[in-house]
Design a protein around this ligand. Structure first.
Ligand SMILES: C[S@@+](CC[C@H](N)C(=O)[O-])C[C@H]1O[C@@H](n2cnc3c(N)ncnc32)[C@H](O)[C@@H]1O
Length: 209
């Protein structure tokens, strides 16, 4: 399976139909968390099976992974988990998705692709325009979680989000994980790999004010 796809490819301009929350989830009123770049979705499966009072939504650009994840959701009859295929930037910039952004309690960017070469920075999922869209539509109090093992990418993401007046850093020591989308601090696949290999992990939480 291809590890990297170019998110700016025209293949991703067209987005799939976004169903309503009632079509996605059994209880559309539950708290909603969105994981951007969720890969095969294992992290979200782990979360959804334990925290049944939350709804979890994953967006991933590699189509095969989303297809398999959707099949797994059906087979296991999981009612609080849904996956969308495509470039998260295009999806969340589309009018169809306004209701998703409005209903989010939190969203996460876990170990996004770093795209190290300067000429590829535009391929990074966090872009000032994207953060602007989020700041215009997220409800006050919505949380953004970022995590990476690439310091330079962390600095870039932190700068991009912090430069937006409407996002403030949350002090981790004051943060109550038990009320968050991830009360048991479940780890993503990349995070497990980073821990095994003793890489530094950089993370931050922001709140929309
Ligand atoms: C390094 S992996 C991390 C996967 C997972 N979040 C983890 O922590 O294990 C980054 C994932 O983001 C996906 N991705 C990259 N750009 C994306 C975009 N613009 N929209 C949606 N998914 C994207 C990639 O295909 C890949 O699966």
């Amino acid at each position: 399976m291809r590890q990297h796809v170019n998110p700016l490819s025209r293949n991703f301009n067209q987005i799939e139909r976004i169903p309503s929350l009632r079509e996605m989830f059994d209880d559309s009123k539950s708290n909603l968390h969105l994981d951007i770049g969720c890969a095969a979705g294992e992290f979200l499966f782990d979360l959804a099976l334990v925290n049944t009072s939350w709804n979890y939504l994953g967006i991933e650009i590699r189509q095969k992974l989303v297809k398999n994840a959707k099949l797994k959701v059906l087979e296991r009859e999981i009612k609080n988990l849904y996956f969308i295929f495509g470039n998260a930037n295009n999806i969340l910039n589309n009018v169809q998705s306004k209701f998703i952004i409005k209903n989010l309690k939190s969203l996460s960017f876990n170990f996004p692709d770093p795209w190290f070469k300067k000429r590829h920075y535009k391929r990074r999922v966090i872009q000032p325009e994207f953060i602007e869209i989020l700041s215009n539509s997220l409800q006050k109090g919505t949380l953004i979680f970022i995590k990476t093992d690439v310091k330079e990418l962390f600095d870039y993401m932190d700068y991009t989000i912090s430069s937006n007046f409407y996002f403030k850093t949350v002090d981790k020591k004051d943060f109550n994980y038990s009320e968050s989308f991830n009360p048991n601090k479940v780890k993503t696949n990349r995070e497990k790999y980073a821990i095994v290999n003793q890489f530094d992990i950089f993370e931050r939480i922001y709140i929309k004010i």
